[in-house]
Write a protein that binds this ligand. Sequence first.
Ligand code: PBG
Length: 322
Amino acid sequence: MFPVSRPRRLRRSAAIRELVRETSLDPGDFVYPLFVRPGRGIKDEISAMPGNYHFSVDRLIEEVGRAMEDGILSVLLFGLPERKDEVGSEAYDDDAAVQSAVRSLKEHYPDLIVMTDVCLCEYTSHGHCGVVDEGRVLNDPTLKLLAAAALSQARAGADIVAPSDMMDGRVGAIREALDGAGHSDVVIMSYAAKYASAFYGPFREAADSAPQFGDRFSYQMDPANADEALREIGMDLDEGADIVMVKPALAYLDVIRNVKESYAVPLAAYNVSGEYSMLAAAAEKGWIDRERTMLEILTAIKRAGADIILTYHAREAARLLR
Ligand code: PBG
């Protein structure tokens, strides 16, 4: 007890603080999400997410090259289709933007880890993550389409496929389809505990994926539930998920911690669009220090138990850590 115990002794200098620091960030922890669309020469800023862009494949290659110079090892691709339809056909079209981007990225940067989002909402005219019938999002008929999307991405060369739709049984369906086609090395990173969150607001502009009717509460999780996340994670692991994810991150640090304590598996957390945009907006107004706040948030997500952080700050944070 005081005066013998003085916690301030270990805070006296930057060097001592570094010596006893419990959590540190590494650029290798980050996954950089990127949006790719058809066309050439396109780099259009996403207004709700300043500093993020819609890229055509040629411009995407440049951006990823710069990100790798900053120390980024992994990217996650979202696609915007030429045309949307009821069943999200471009999600499983080998010549769509994401598939072309994967092929081109692997050609330019063989060591880059290329992850792809597996979902239908960017590709469907109704904006839901599954097949819709009479206003309901159908589970089982959606599984075939998700498996086809993952398979098409694997054929293009994706290292990791990341299903974000929250249909029941999709990890098993995707694993079976991949293994059946000789892609047993392709990793599945499952958005296992994905909440129906208002923090995805800016992403829906970025991916043009807002549901045209209703909401996602019949498939994404209720933000009030924590135990349910453990059940969801357990099921996805049983179905063959290699990496599991909690999403969003900042308002769900307790869930991240619970999962880390319950399962000895690689755990990812998604620092989502709304988390990014809140910080960007407050910093733009001069109300908050962007860099310090960003590193504090990312450190908190890691401290809670995340091994991998998907973040739109990836490049910026990686540069600061060098
Ligand atoms: C697609 C998907 C979403 C996000 C990732 N994949 C949106 C949603 O479910 O509505 C959100 C990412 C973000 O907000 O940064 N299902």
